[in-house]
Design a protein around this ligand. Structure first.
Ligand code: CAA
Length: 394
């Protein structure tokens, strides 16, 4: 007889899922929670309204080693688990979603170089990212290559022991503040995505130009810019991984990146949920707190139920990564589900707060604006469904 437990364990490779944090990891969670709920939360409104880069937040995270939470201690990282990383991003996002995406993207760049780079490359660049000496930016998207990232047009022409990069990237998180740009460019366009390689371009390289931050609906502290490459000449030794493997490197990086975005969404959703619970207890109408009305309490119960499910999916993807299991589909499921749940939660938080949810006096409307980006970046949720379906029918 096949019981449900056995067949599920077979599905996950007979390993028991365990989302517990070690004592050290619990300490990381508590430390980040304290920092984010006191300092980051207090700064978030000004960061949003004035589109300020959260410099102090990033500096404080760097001091705690949290810009390298899952990077190897050998290269200056904290060496924590992916589950801890997810928890850290969630705590940061609860207070300041901009700070969370900045952290997630720089980590993704550090991880790609750590996974694919030579010893020299890791010592040169991963250490800088892990310690927060500089930030990383992930240059994949282009004006005509968004969802269809493999059709990117930026070229990399090999000239002896140098590479010349030409093209344009768009919607690049951290571009205005990064020292290390991980650039996907095509060495042999006739091969399509199989010609794409990954290169590190350093900030002050002649020909590299960063555009002005885009004007966006939310995540205003995370400056997203176009990046232009005009005959940018770099040493060939800046190529990360094998020639032609750049597209795979980018997609593999996104397997972890999407766990980060799911975690960010959970944090935003959690903030909207907690605010709703408190408000429903305090706000009185018709002579009683509004949570005494079933329409309100059921709506909040729904938030709790869906956030919990989203958190479990996200933790599972993180746990699989920690176990060295392939987690492409699980990352996409977590990303799509968590961001959609959190979007619904922020919308319902506005309904719970009524007029005050629409007001810029409270952070509720900011949660709803910030969450929109998570539905789109690191692959739209339609693309996540495409990835899930591809993995199901492979
Ligand atoms: N890991 C490693 N390699 C992978 C992979 C993975 N998860 N998924 C696919 N690949 C490999 C395949 O094996 C294949 O390799 P070969 O050609 O050598 O056999 C190659 O990649 C192409 O695979 P597909 O045929 O599946 O590629 P596709 O073009 O049909 O579809 C896609 C790919 C899923 C649509 C992909 O383009 C995609 O994810 N698009 C969305 C782009 C995206 O997420 N952009 C995010 C930008 S970064 C960002 O947003 C950061 C930020 O600012 C917050």
């Amino acid at each position: 007889m096949c019981d449900i437990k056995t067949s599920y364990l077979e599905l996950i490779g007979k390993a028991i899922m365990d989302f517990n944090l070690s004592e050290d990891e619990k300490l990381i969670q508590e430390t980040i929670k304290d920092l984010a709920s006191s300092k980051f939360a207090a700064r978030a409104d000004k960061i949003d309204k004035e589109s300020l880069f959260p410099e102090e937040n990033i500096k404080e995270l760097a001091e705690l080693g949290m810009l390298g939470t899952i990077l190897d201690p050998e290269y200056g990282g904290a060496g924590a688990s992916t589950i801890t990383y997810s928890v850290v991003l969630e705590e940061i996002a609860k207070a300041c979603a901009s700070t969370s995406v900045i952290t997630s993207v720089t980590t993704m760049v550090g991880l790609a170089i750590q996974r694919e780079g030579t010893e020299e490359q890791k010592e040169k660049w991963v250490t800088k990212i892990a310690t927060g000496e500089t930030l990383g930016s992930f240059c994949l998207t282009e004006p005509t290559a968004g969802s269809d990232a493999g059709s990117l047009k930026t070229t990399a022409t090999i000239e002896g022991d140098e590479v010349v990069i030409n093209g344009q990237k768009l919607w690049i998180t951290n571009a205005a503040h990064a020292g290390i740009f991980l650039v996907m460019a095509n060495e042999n366009p006739s091969l399509g995505h199989k010609g794409i390689s990954a290169f590190v371009v350093e900030k002050d390289t002649p020909g590299l130009q960063v555009g002005a931050p885009e004007k966006k609906m939310g995540l205003n502290g995370s400056h997203t810019c176009a990046v232009f490459f005009d005959n940018v000449r770099i040493p060939l030794e800046n190529r990360i991984g094998d020639p032609g493997k750049g597209f795979s490197i980018a997609l593999k990086s996104l397997d972890t990146g999407r766990i980060g975005i799911a975690s960010q969404a959970l944090g935003i959703g959690q903030a909207a949920f907690e605010a709703s619970v408190n408000y429903a207890k305090e706000r009185e109408q018709f002579g009683k707190p509004i949570h005494k009305f079933q329409a309100v309490s059921f709506r909040i119960a729904e938030m709790k139920m869906k956030l919990e499910a989203a958190q479990l999916l996200t933790r599972k993807a993180a746990w699989m990564r920690d176990k060295g299991m392939k987690h492409t589909m699980e990352s996409s499921m977590a990303k799509a589900f968590a961001t959609e749940v959190a979007s619904e939660v922020t919308q319902n938080a506005i309904k719970t707060f009524g007029g005050m949810g629409f007001s810029k006096e409270l952070p509720i409307e900011r949660y709803h604006r910030d969450i929109q980006a998570t539905l789109l970046y690191e692959g739209t949720n339609d693309i996540q469904r495409l990835v899930i379906a591809k993995n199901l029918f492979a």
